[in-house]
Design a binder for this molecule. Structure first.
Ligand code: ARG
Length: 461
């Protein structure tokens, strides 16, 4: 166990548990690809500016590439009792391998700009992955919606039968949610797309750096114009975790419905065997576990957002060690949402949709009552009065134990003499749905137009 890189002015250093308490290597080791990428860019820039010799740069870049290959093969030991964080680990291994040149890499750089450069590279990569994963789920939802074209189901408010809707209309509501999530992931990508590298500890450096050049090498569109802001800003993490929290909330809502729809009593869908689990004691069980798990994981993503917001709230300029707490919430949020999006995509694309059962339920619950009132409005009755007649007709049905569609004309006329033969067609469930053909409505043509728009949006995404 050797002394830390910074131990020059120390006569003793933290050891044992305390050393481990301060270490971030246990979690920031996953940033080794970004750390090496950032170091290669930094060294290359130092060479171009004449700050490092070409030989040193060659040795450094070659050494870093070797470490990357070994790390990819699992041959680099990340041990928090040896190195405090990923930056010191890579630098130590590099120096062991190439000697003195390794010690020149950290010229004009601090771990403060280095660490947040790594995090920004990681955040951009993850935001892009999440963007694609949300789009994939949108595609899956659209495909199932198309397949289920005419399937009618009960639409609910207050979880009570309200008006019948197309199953595709219901499902497409989620399409738009996840499409909005792609916009948030894109915004999070943009927030991360600026280079802090070259800010050094907080004040910039005395070396003639070309920050634009290292930013170019790393694919950053912008260079952060204030070195203090560069090392202390974590808005990009908050933006990403926020986008994750909203997306996970959307996923949780969809899961709530899938779990509900999977119940024996509702039975609108059945999860495919490949996306369900059984019970260790009850042989008959088939549980929509993954939906429940995604719903349950929502709390931790909200927790990640609260955690990072709270880390930031009292921080004075510039780098404070509190900022080491920025990474775990980001890692946890992106991992959780990536896994959840993937699970949902699989569940939605493989589930069996029980259209007959939905249609049967769409006939229950007197959901054509609004249309019954509208019918009377068509015959000249004011809506408020028609609402009363339809309400009394429903009460009659509840008493008699029949559906609205099963009433005889005599029974209807006993409620109001404006009813005629054409009322039966009028309250037919498919007609009730088809009639709602205003823009964005559940009518078959309106939903078809909605899905066409969805295709256009996907093509433009
Ligand atoms: N492991 C640290 C972090 O993740 C790196 C930056 C440390 N800088 C410092 N001045 N101690 O935040």
């Amino acid at each position: 166990q050797s002394a830390p890189l910074w131990s020059g002015r120390f006569s003793d250093t933290p050891t044992g548990e305390l050393e481990l308490f301060g270490a971030s290597l246990g979690f920031d080791q996953r940033l080794w690809p970004q750390d090496i990428q950032g170091s290669i860019a930094h060294a290359t820039m130092l060479g171009r500016q004449g700050i490092l010799s070409a030989e040193d740069v060659d040795a450094i870049v070659g050494g870093l590439r070797g470490i990357a290959a070994d790390a990819a093969a699992g041959a680099i030991a990340f041990d928090p009792s040896v190195d405090e964080d990923v930056h010191m680990c890579v630098e130590r291994v590099l120096t062991e391998r190439i000697g003195e040149a390794g010690g020149r890499l950290h010229t004009a750089r601090s771990r403060n700009d280095q660490s947040v450069t790594d995090s920004r590279l990681f955040a951009k990569e993850q935001a892009a992955t999440l963007y694609e994963a949300a789009l994939d789920l949108c595609q899956a939802i659209l495909a199932v919606s198309r397949e289920q074209g005419d399937a009618v189901m009960p639409g609910y408010t207050h979880l009570q039968p309200a008006q019948p809707v197309l199953f595709s209309h219901h499902l497409m509501a989620y399409f738009w949610m996840f499409l909005r999530d792609t916009v948030r992931f894109k915004a999070a990508w943009e927030a991360a797309d600026a280079s802090p590298l070259g800010a050094a500890a907080l004040a910039g450096t005395t070396y003639p750096l070309d920050r634009r050049y290292s930013a170019d090498l790393l694919g950053f569109s912008h260079v952060i114009p204030n070195t203090m802001d560069a090392v202390s800003n974590r808005d990009f993490i908050i933006d990403l975790v926020y986008a994750c929290a909203v997306c996970q909330m959307h996923l949780s809502r969809l899961c709530e419905e899938l779990v509900d729809w999977s119940s024996a009593e509702v039975a609108f869908v059945e999860m495919d065997d490949s996306h369900a689990t059984g019970s260790s004691i009850m042989p008959q069980k088939k549980n929509p576990d993954f939906g429940e798990l995604v719903r349950g994981k929502t709390g931790r993503v909200y927790g990640d957002l609260v955690a990072i917001l709270t880390v930031m709230k009292g921080l004075p300029m510039t780098y404070d060690k509190d900022l080491q707490e920025d990474k775990e919430p980001m890692f946890d949020a992106v991992d959780t949402v990536t896994g959840s999006l993937h699970a949902l995509r699989g569940m939605v694309s493989t589930m069996t949709v029980k259209a007959d059962r939905m249609r049967e339920c769409a006939h229950e619950g007197y959901m054509a009552a609004t249309d019954l009132a509208d019918y009377l409005v068509g015959k000249g009755m004011p809506f408020r009065q028609a609402h009363g007649v339809a309400g009394r007709t429903v009460a009659y049905c509840v008493q008699a134990g029949v559906k609205l569609q099963e009433l005889t004309l005599d029974e209807l006329r006993a409620q109001c003499d404006l009813f005629d033969e054409d009322v039966f067609d009028w309250v037919d469930i498919d007609n009730v749905v088809a009639r709602r053909d205003t823009y964005g409505g559940t009518g078959h043509e309106a939903v078809a137009a909605q899905m066409d728009l969805a295709v256009e949006k996907l093509a433009a995404a």
